[in-house]
Design a protein around this ligand. Structure first.
Ligand SMILES: Cc1ncc(COP(=O)(O)O)c(C=O)c1O
Length: 443
């Protein structure tokens, strides 16, 4: 590994990059998925999504953004000074879960903000649910505005027709994917794709250049290229197997007492998602009287299996083309075992989850202004009614519950405080225990 860790310029390629090694690999990737242009990134989709946003809007310009965006999108807003026009996700108040916003919600936001430069949606979400991207692309293109899709969880979608439609097929302008998530890149390996005439490739490239490292890892490039080749040669067959395996695994887990595997009947339909990825096995464990946090920790400790995400009432396993009967057998055995030990994990502290209405905070000032303006650290009870100067993000899945410039309410603070007591992790807060919160000093 160390021997192969050469420089990109004057290493992988010559001093002037005359062999166009990277360009060629990117062209092959674009060809493999049917995009016009593809760019590799070695800083995860966290960088790719910022590059995409900044190629559409600049300081003080408006961008429509689904409020269930990942924290890397919010970082992009903070760094750029772009004004977010938040579009509400589709909340399922019973399951306490958000699906991506519907195209109609973006249409309404464009109606109210015709000067918005474009739209950004996250689809699939970390829970695997998708919006109707084709309809959303039409909404945007009817106004000649570009659509950015954060498809970090969808690297595999282009390679099998039974998976949800991937963003480029649906007509999106830019789409960002993390190959290290659902594909088989090394950590941080991400690609973003471009098509159509609404975003100039040189603008997108310049934004990537602004943010990217000058020392990209060629190991990451090689892994992206290797994944592309594996998918072109074997993708269809690998996902035939993975999808069949997922059907069997979902069924076996669903039969474990106290566990419910969410399927299309729970997630898809009017007012919910348009589609879902069956490889994300989302399991409701509310019936077992404990939290997903406790279960995930117990499974790691007793079975050496790390789960994808855990929240106050769910655990989830992410299957990929690399899974087989052995890995999924171990997974099902671990789930069976933890269900039998649920009594040991009770009583679990209750997380005070607010209603969707109370969860939605008002954006009072630009994220950038609140983040960089004067701020102070106050006890959490005194933060009620104040404007937060920091992101407060339960991780995973990494969607900020509060972000700079939003006015905090007691429901959100109680949710996060009770969440921390129950095992929720909030890595971006200055005080991770949330005994205190960083808030803006209003002039
Ligand atoms: C929806 C979404 N977008 C972007 C990212 C950032 O991706 P990366 O970890 O590749 O930087 C994540 C990471 O979890 C994500 O869930």
């Amino acid at each position: 590994m160390f021997r192969s860790d050469v420089l990109a310029v004057s290493g992988l390629d010559d001093r002037t990059s005359s062999h166009a090694v990277l360009e060629r690999a990117q062209e092959l990737m674009a060809d493999a998925v049917g995009a016009e242009r593809t760019f590799f990134s070695t800083s995860g989709s966290s960088l790719s999504v910022k590059s995409a946003m900044l190629s559409v809007a600049g300081p003080h310009e408006k961008l429509l953004v689904g409020r269930d965006a990942h924290k890397s999108v919010v970082s992009g807003l903070i760094l750029s000074g772009v004004r977010p026009i938040w579009v509400d996700p589709q909340w399922d108040p019973d399951l306490h879960l958000a699906h991506p916003p519907a195209p109609e919600a973006f249409e309404a936001a464009f109606h109210d903000h015709p000067d918005a430069k474009g739209a950004l949606v996250t689809s699939p979400t970390p829970y695997g649910t998708c919006t109707d991207l084709a309809a959303l692309a039409e909404v945007c293109h009817a106004r000649n505005k570009p659509l950015i899709v954060d498809e970090a969880w969808g690297a595999h979608l282009p390679f099998h027709p039974d998976l949800p439609t991937w963003a480029m097929d649906a007509g999106a302008d830019v789409c960002v994917t993390s190959v290290h998530k659902m594909g088989s890149g090394l950590e941080q390996g991400s690609v973003f794709h471009l098509q159509g005439g609404l975003i100039a490739p040189e603008v997108l490239k310049a934004r990537e250049d602004l943010l990217g490292t000058t020392s990209p890892s060629v190991l990451l490039y090689a892994a992206l290229d290797g994944w592309r080749r594996q998918m072109i040669e074997h993708g269809r067959a690998l996902y035939d197997d993975a999808l069949a395996l997922a059907t069997r695994v979902r069924d076996r887990i669903d039969r474990i007492e106290g566990m419910r595997v969410h399927g299309r009947e729970d997630f898809c339909g009017p007012g919910c998602a348009a589609d879902m990825d069956p490889l994300q096995v989302i399991v409701d464990i509310a019936g077992l009287g404990t939290t997903g946090y406790r279960m995930a920790d117990w499974i790691r400790e007793h079975h050496r299996i790390n789960l994808h995400l855990a929240d106050h009432r769910r655990i989830s396993a992410q299957l990929t083309h690399a899974d087989d009967e052995e890995t999924t057998g171990a997974l099902v055995a671990a789930f069976q075992d933890v269900a039998e030990h649920a009594a040991d994990l009770r009583p679990a502290p209750t997380v005070e989850v607010p209603s969707p209405r109370d969860l939605r905070l008002e954006q009072v000032v630009l994220p950038r202004d609140a983040f960089f303006g004067p701020a102070e650290q106050v006890p959490w009870e005194k933060a009620v009614g104040r404007i937060t100067a920091e992101m407060l993000t339960p991780y995973p899945p990494g969607i900020p519950a509060a972000l700079p410039g939003e006015r905090l309410n007691s429901d959100v603070l109680r949710y996060l405080r009770s969440g921390v007591e129950a095992g929720m992790v909030i890595p971006d807060a200055a005080d991770n225990r949330l005994n205190s919160v960083r808030v803006a000093i209003e002039q």
